[in-house]
Design a protein around this ligand. Structure first.
Ligand SMILES: [Ca+2]
Length: 313
């Protein structure tokens, strides 16, 4: 089978970095057409820089990296330096990128790419707030039907929230954008906190990254060491969840994941529950299903895949 063509829309972020590395290490299954940066974990200037740092770390300097929207559709930007550090990629010491940003706006790249490829052959992989994707859908509604699938990290149902008691960070930062995407009619697969909180980097798993004894292995171990401090304190868990790599792992080994095709709506009004993903997991409404909401992952299978693929870089 030909590799799946994807655009990674991202706000690196250490876990974004690992998701990108996994994709770049898996050319049999994944063809990365480009990377689009969005403001999220840290401001756009840093996410656009970090995306290039990650491409250079992987030795894939030919991947075009575009800068996108620098703020949510209707709101001021909320960032997460408290988790990811001041740079967004705190942990390893990595050189500033030499590769330039690609010319043009990320939103136009998304639109032009979907129009240029045969309909139904390009998958969007959002790993941050959905601002770029929603802006592209608003600007060019014709592209929605051309999307093969949107596989995104965001939201939560059983795990509820990580930035507020009710909301997951990516959806909370730009709930209006998320609302546009979830109502778009595109095929959506969601990796919520319910599944990513099972993808924990235990000390044993992080040792496996370090034992690769490569630049990538050490960098990933050091990134994980960094944000693990925050998560261990917050959740009392034995390691940090690797949220975003669930998206790229799904493209390679979908059988590691299971979920339900259900209705998911985004709360955009309430001050108390803004950005909540109201997921009809128990199918108690007759609202039409609009997303495959993942609930389970074979965590060891996921980490085995990740370690095996990172070893290639
Ligand atoms: Ca992210």
């Amino acid at each position: 089978m030909a590799p799946r063509k994807i655009i990674i829309d991202t706000d690196p972020g250490q876990d974004d970095a690992v998701a990108i590395l996994l994709a770049l290490a898996s050319p049999e299954e994944i063809d990365v057409l480009g990377i689009t940066a969005v403001a999220g974990n840290v401001p756009l200037e840093l996410t656009a820089k970090n995306a290039r740092i990650v491409c250079e770390l992987a030795g894939h300097t030919h991947i075009p990296v575009y800068a996108g929207c620098d703020r949510p559709l209707n709101r001021p930007l909320v960032t997460a330096e408290h988790v990811h550090g001041k740079t967004g990629l705190d942990g390893p010491v990595l050189p500033d990128p030499e590769m330039p940003l690609a010319e043009g706006h990320a939103v136009d790249f998304i639109i032009e790419t979907l129009r240029a490829h045969e309909s139904g052959t390009v998958t969007l992989c959002p790993l941050g707030p959905l601002t770029n994707i929603a802006t592209a859908f608003r600007k060019a509604p014709d592209i929605v039907d051309r999307v093969q699938e949107i596989v995104l990290m965001g939201g939560a149902y059983f795990e509820v929230g990580n930035i507020t008691p009710a909301a997951e960070f990516n959806i909370y930062v730009d709930p209006e954008a998320a609302d546009i995407v979830f109502k778009s009619g595109a095929h959506i697969v969601v990796m919520p906190l319910d599944v990513t909180h099972d993808a924990l980097v235990t000390p044993h798993r992080n040792d496996a990254f370090r034992a690769l004894d490569s630049q990538v292995g050490h960098a990933v171990a050091e990134m994980t060491d960094f944000f693990e401090r925050f998560d261990k304190e917050k959740y009392g868990s034995e390691g940090a969840p690797l949220h975003d790599p669930c998206v790229t792992a799904y493209l390679i080994r979908p059988e590691l994941f299971s979920g339900r095709h259900i209705n998911v709506e985004i709360e955009t009004q309430s001050e108390l529950t803004l950005g909540m993903t109201v997921a009809d997991w128990w199918r108690v409404t007759d609202r039409a299903p609009n997303a495959m909401f993942i609930g389970d992952v074979d965590a060891q299978g996921f980490f085995d895949l990740l370690t095996e693929r990172l070893a290639r870089l």
